[in-house]
Design a protein around this ligand. Sequence first.
Ligand code: NAD
Length: 329
Amino acid sequence: MRVAVFSTKNYDREFLLPAAQKTGHDVTFFEPRLTTQTAVLARDFPAICSFVNDHVDTQVAEALAAGGTKFVALRCAGFNQVDLEACRKLGLRVARVPAYSPYAVAEHAVGLMLALNRKYHKAYSRVREGNFSIEGLLGFDMQGKTVGVVGTGKIGAATARILAGFGCRVLLYDVVQNDELRSRGQYVPLEDLLAESDIITLHCPLSLQTYHMISRASLERMKPGVMLINTSRGALVNTPAVIDGLKSGKIGYLGLDVYEEEADLFFEDHSDRVIQDDVFVRLATFPNVLITAHQAFFTDTALTEIARVTMANLTAFEQGETTANELSR
Ligand code: NAD
């Protein structure tokens, strides 16, 4: 099947092309993000493939449907960027890759914790400049610390297991509890998790219920100097509230792989431009903030699996089958 691939980078080509050749799909790569302006590129393609910052809102869905597209293959797990109701009404079917490597994201979340705690990023620069002082690099033992995992699905569970292995006391919160995790941690109400945790890591999807779940009110409940990690979706966090928390010292460390307004920044090189997003720029000035640009998923294992499942989703659609990866039916 002919597939228009949006937001293509070299690494997408590297993994998607062999998977497409194996399954007989004819992929055309487009660099731009999918928007109302670029949706026209998909004209006469029965399927498109899009990523986390390709917003399939009503207008984009209408443009795709008008151009003859019938299937949207998301090469990601999260689908908050897609208006499923609009797609359903327009007869656009949507499928995602629900699980590719929860370990990739969990390991990155724990990597952010370790880097913020032991300040590897600062040590790296110092030693390269011949500065061997360890003044200011003081960390803490993870062993014995209380870590709150919010959202205990695939990624949250993998994170909880790693942290239990470190000897942390793991507190868990989810609207649906995972019985297999009870040997690694203890389910508690969200209020208790917020109040008792030294480190809080977010692993739930973005939805109406979770939008800005880290707010001024939830920050009030947290321990002074708490470490907050978000590798899930930017809008789980109210960024201005978090900036105030950093200024007051309520938040002692902040590790982000996602940012509410990341669509205009992440995945591109803006190093020769003036960044216009003042909130982001303020965030990046804090010495105790570490931001990565949505790279938690970015391992060879994950990209291989994303490519494989994306092609399988396209094949299923082409053959008139419906799979559990479909969202819109
Ligand atoms: P999952 O569906 O396996 O788990 C999500 C869990 O969140 C579920 O157990 C669900 O019950 C829980 N949940 C839903 N609403 C909740 C609420 N209001 N409060 C608490 N828990 C709630 O998903 P996953 O594979 O573990 O992925 C989690 C999220 O990670 C995705 O939704 C996506 O946003 C994000 N993600 C980020 C990256 C990255 O590269 N940074 C990559 C993949 C996924």
